[in-house]
Design a binder for this molecule. Structure first.
Ligand code: SAM
Length: 222
């Protein structure tokens, strides 16, 4: 089965489970070639619904998790998004589809931070090859500090497990903005959906999940 067909099938499956609800997220998952973000030895498993190794002890998240987190984040065309944990660049490409490619004026941008320089390079190459690099800026650094240079953000997504919500990320979220972040211990977390309303922070709890640790000043110690 070719990759486009595999993509169509997994999207149908995620829709049948209720994980994919909106047309924009569905279209984004149909458009981004996930196989291009997976190291060559694992390409044939790109559309199996589980995380895959990307080297350096890290993973590309399972596709259902990308669907759930993107639906919870609810990015809009034209939004400025910060992602912490670039990994392969796949989630950043999915976000770029919605915020930049679906925007009639091509506004919208994704800033994504990765702490492992080799993975940031891997992601850059993947984004370049698939045509997303003009919509995505990859930064090497500690994402628990955010990226104040481009703040405030309409949306913030953290794709590694945090012990608590890093303060700098709350500060860099625009009023009216939304953040999705897995919070818990090193081995088990729950998604938190954070909204900033007139300076107040409201937190709603989403599904349980298992992510690799967020390592940094406002995360876990190395
Ligand atoms: N979103 C990625 C994708 O689409 O492939 C998957 C992310 S992977 C589950 C988590 C990533 O977060 C790893 O690449 C890890 O190195 C990175 N990470 C952990 N702590 C970080 C930090 N403080 N700042 C930036 N990246 C971090």
């Amino acid at each position: 089965m070719n990759y486009a067909e595999q993509r169509r099938r997994i999207v149908e499956y995620l829709e049948s489970l209720g994980y994919l609800r909106s047309e924009k997220v569905k279209r984004a998952l149909l458009n981004v070639p996930r196989e291009e973000f997976v190291p060559p030895p694992y390409r044939e498993y790109a559309y199996d619904d589980h995380p895959l190794p990307i080297g350096y002890g890290q993973t590309i998240s399972a596709i259902h998790m990308v669907a759930i987190m993107t639906e919870e984040l609810d990015p809009e065309p034209g939004d400025k998004v910060l992602e912490v944990g670039t990994g392969s660049g796949y989630q950043a490409a999915v976000l770029a589809e919605i915020v930049a490619k679906m925007d009639p004026e091509g506004r919208g941008h994704v800033y994504t931070i990765e702490r492992i320089p080799e993975l940031a390079e891997f992601a850059k190459r993947n984004l370049e090859r698939t045509g997303y690099s003009r919509y995505v800026t990859v930064i090497v650094g500690d994402g628990t500090l955010g990226y104040p240079e481009a703040a405030p953000y309409d949306r913030i997504i953290v794709t590694a497990a945090a012990p608590q919500i890093p303060k700098p990320l709350i500060e860099q979220l625009r009023s009216g903005g939304r953040m999705v972040i897995p919070v818990g211990d090193m081995y088990f977390q729950r998604l938190e959906i954070v909204e900033k309303i007139n300076g107040d922070i409201r937190v709603r709890h989403g599904i349980e999940c298992i992510f690799v640790p967020l390592i940094g000043e406002y995360g876990w110690r190395e």
